[in-house]
Design a protein around this ligand. Structure first.
Ligand code: SF4
Length: 390
């Protein structure tokens, strides 16, 4: 049975600088003008009030401040937004998970205790690498010493649920460098690590540099070897892989992120934010919507009373919903539950996609305990698997 709760994602579009590989909805701001911040917070609250009724009758499970760099906002702004969200729904009986993404920088470190007082109980820290050359290649605004200081400050401020982001496959990085990053991350005994292979997104300056031959990302074989090493080293450090890019100590899986993989409702507010709704009347296979991606246009819509993007959810078709269920289920360690899939779509996954058997014979998938799962080799070649589910 589907849970009757909701998670709320709040997008803050400001970053100290825009990293050349980034394709999120962001604008560069080293320091945010208080008037611009107040305008953003007011617009976010307006959108929240306008859209919360679509999730009426639910309880509140998670709040996630993403971006962008939400920790560039003042703690009072974060506190005001948390209060506004809490005012819309009752808690779901479990402790509310409230995550804030932050990047290592001086201004944000000083704000950590106040963020905690505001109710934030989980930090997702964009460390990316413990090597200055890699950070430079990524175009990141911080350097390694700032990452160390931020992690120490986060623990000193009393945060007991830290997630570190790492990126591997950076040009010039070798396998030893990746393993060193993991070792340095583990030294902080993080509760959670998200480790991503660097991807070249179309339309980014990074993609242009690759096309011109100025940058060479890791080839597939090197990327796979790096992912394998990251998984093994984090596993040895006590963090179990529970999704392609996500590792956690027992009890510390990201509840908000899990909502996406389980296709549970999320209300996304802010520029470029995405929302999802479970199957319901008129949308038997669930629905999705994406907000306007340009900050000025999003503000104009909200302030003009026109909503944040498309006027309504777009209903998923049955084939779209099946593909999404297959792709998201297989991303996770529990895998794609056969009977749950059948209950929702009226056929078993292997009937829907005969290719699953071929992928099993190729050693990329296994079927056990009522679920289809990626094998160790499947984790490394997941794109090949997902291509067959469309
Ligand atoms: S800090 Fe993150 S969100 Fe901001 S520009 Fe860099 S990659 Fe994008």
């Amino acid at each position: 049975m589907r849970r009757k709760d909701v998670g709320v994602y709040i997008h803050v579009p400001f970053c100290e600088r825009v990293c050349p590989y980034c394709d999120f909805a962001v604008v560069a701001r080293r320091v945010i003008d208080p008037a611009e911040e107040a305008r953003l917070v007011t617009a976010l609250q307006t959108e929240l009030r306008a859209r919360a009724p679509a999730y009426a009758g639910r309880s509140l499970a998670t709040i996630y401040f993403g971006g962008g760099t939400p920790s560039l906002l003042r703690p009072a702004s974060i506190a005001g937004l948390i209060e506004a969200v809490r005012g819309q729904w009752n808690p779901d009986g479990e402790p509310l998970e409230i995550t804030l993404e932050l990047n290592p920088s001086t201004v944000e470190r000083e704000r950590l205790p106040a963020f905690r007082d505001a109710g934030v109980d989980r930090l997702s820290i964009g460390v990316q690498s413990f090597d200055d050359e890699s950070l430079h290649r990524l175009g990141r605004a911080h350097r390694v010493d700032e990452a160390h200081r931020t992690l120490e400050a986060a623990r000193s401020a009393g945060f007991t649920n830290l997630s570190l982001d790492l990126i591997f496959g950076v040009p010039s990085q070798d396998l030893a460098g990746v393993r060193k990053d993991v070792r340095e991350a583990l030294a902080y005994r993080p509760e959670h690590v998200s480790a991503y292979g660097l991807t070249v997104e179309e339309g980014t300056p990074y993609a242009t540099a690759v096309a011109r031959g100025q940058l060479q990302p890791a080839d597939d074989e090197t990327g796979a070897a790096m992912m394998e090493a990251v998984s093994a080293d984090l596993g040895a450090g006590g963090l179990e892989r529970y999704e392609i890019s996500s590792y956690a100590r027992p009890g510390y899986q990201a509840r908000h992120n899990r909502r996406y993989w389980r296709r549970e409702p999320v209300l996304g507010i802010g520029v470029g934010a995405h929302s999802s709704e479970s199957p319901g009347s008129g949308t038997p296979f669930g629905a999705r919507r994406a907000n306007e991606r340009q900050l000025a246009a999003w503000l104009a819509r909200i302030e003009g009373g026109g909503g944040a993007g498309p006027p309504q959810f777009e209903a998923l078709s049955e084939p779209e919903a099946r593909s999404e269920a297959g792709f998201l289920g297989l991303r996770t360690q529990p895998g794609l539950n056969r009977r749950r899939f059948e209950a929702e779509f009226g056929l078993l996954p292997e009937v829907c996609w005969p290719a699953l058997q071929e992928l099993r014979e190729a050693g990329l998938l296994e079927e056990a305990d009522g679920a289809w799962r990626l094998t160790q080799r499947g984790w490394l070649l997941s794109d090949t698997v997902f291509e067959r589910l469309v």
